[in-house]
Design a protein around this ligand. Structure first.
Ligand SMILES: [Zn+2]
Length: 337
């Protein structure tokens, strides 16, 4: 994995090292003196299969938008890493980029603003989306995305219709319970007509993967391979994925695991830990409820934790002990594998 930072503050500059890179920070004092401090940012450590990180130049999202294409390597960029109720970070939504292909995974209430502020992009730049489940921090921005695409992107910017990667069952749920309230009645000249899911979205349909220990779909999107697995997220009382409401996580290109929203689920982690180079995992800081408690994640083998980045975290994350884990996932960082 290579790691390229692109949203440090203007007063911070990355300094390259062989094994560790440092951020040089300077603080202007009375406009005459500069106070320099240097601190380590990430340690470059070999993980399974030989692995390295690099720090790239700092990008100002306002002037240098994140590119939705790259040299063909797998790239993950979080536009948010916060929980549903976090104010310090945007909600956990991320882009997968590889070659000419991008997929926006989840687009919550903070999505449109986060896309602009973290990546320097507009909602009309997005063409592919994959929603993991129906909580508003994951789908609350899709109405904005759909309306902007239909009435601005397609009409004035020559953009194609949005494309959604979604199972048949979840498409029905997402439309009926979330999207149709804001998207069904929108064409003034045709007031007798109701719009439907297909008026807003093309669909890429994952196929069901047989003989798996849980429900898993798979799909190839422009060279990005996705395993889309069921998680046990809600309700709190659901004891396994079969008893829970539809919610998904991803295993990308057979290399990167992103849990999606899930309770602590040792079976799920065991299913992917030996194959994943890196695991991004949902976390909360108290027991019970519908996410994975940090205390439970701490019980994982050291080797697994050393490849695990925590995401979907609350505002009090800095007072939590994440020692043993790779660290906290950060928004605005290009994770390149
Ligand atoms: Zn959720």
């Amino acid at each position: 994995m290579h790691l390229i930072s692109h949203n440090f503050k203007p007063s911070e500059r990355a300094v390259f090292g062989f094994d560790t890179f440092f951020i040089l920070r300077y603080i202007s004092i009375s406009n005459r003196f500069l106070l320099f401090t240097i601190y380590p940012c990430h340690t470059i450590s070999p993980v399974k299969g030989g692995f390295s990180m690099e720090v790239g130049r700092i990008i100002d999202p306002a002037n240098t938008p994140l590119s939705l294409t790259n040299d063909g390597r797998l790239e993950i960029v979080f536009i948010g890493v916060g929980s549903a109720f976090a104010l310090g970070h945007n909600q956990t939504n991320f882009l997968i980029i590889k070659g000419d292909q991008h997929i926006m995974v989840d687009f919550g209430m903070t999505g449109p603003k986060a896309l602009a502020e973290v990546a320097g992009l507009k909602v009309t730049d997005l063409e592919f989306i994959l929603p993991t489940h129906s909580h508003a921090d994951h789908v609350g921005g899709i109405e904005c995305l759909a309306l902007t695409n239909r009435y601005v992107g397609q009409r004035f910017l020559n953009k194609p219709k949005l494309c959604m990667v979604i199972s048949e069952e979840y498409q029905r749920i997402l439309w009926d319970y979330t999207l149709r309230g804001g998207l069904e009645y929108n064409e003034e000249e045709k007031d007798t007509r109701r719009l439907s899911f297909s008026d807003y979205f093309r669909v890429i349909r994952p196929t069901w993967k047989t003989n798996q220990p849980r429900e898993i779909f798979e799909v190839e999107v422009g060279g990005i391979h996705l395993e889309i697995f069921r998680t046990n997220h809600i309700p709190e009382q659901a004891e396994n994925w079969e008893a829970s409401f539809v919610s998904f996580g991803l295993f990308i290109d057979g290399r990167v695991f992103i849990s999606g929203d899930t309770k602590f689920d040792r079976d799920l982690i065991n299913l992917y830990a030996s194959r994943a180079e890196m695991m991004f995992h949902d976390v909360q800081f108290f027991p019970g409820a519908v996410h994975a408690p940090l205390a439970d994640l701490r019980t994982l083998p050291e080797e697994v934790k050393s490849r695990m980045l925590l995401m979907h975290y609350a505002d009090n994350w800095q007072s939590q002990d994440a020692s043993g884990f790779y660290g906290w996932a950060q928004q605005g960082i290009r994770y390149i594998f």
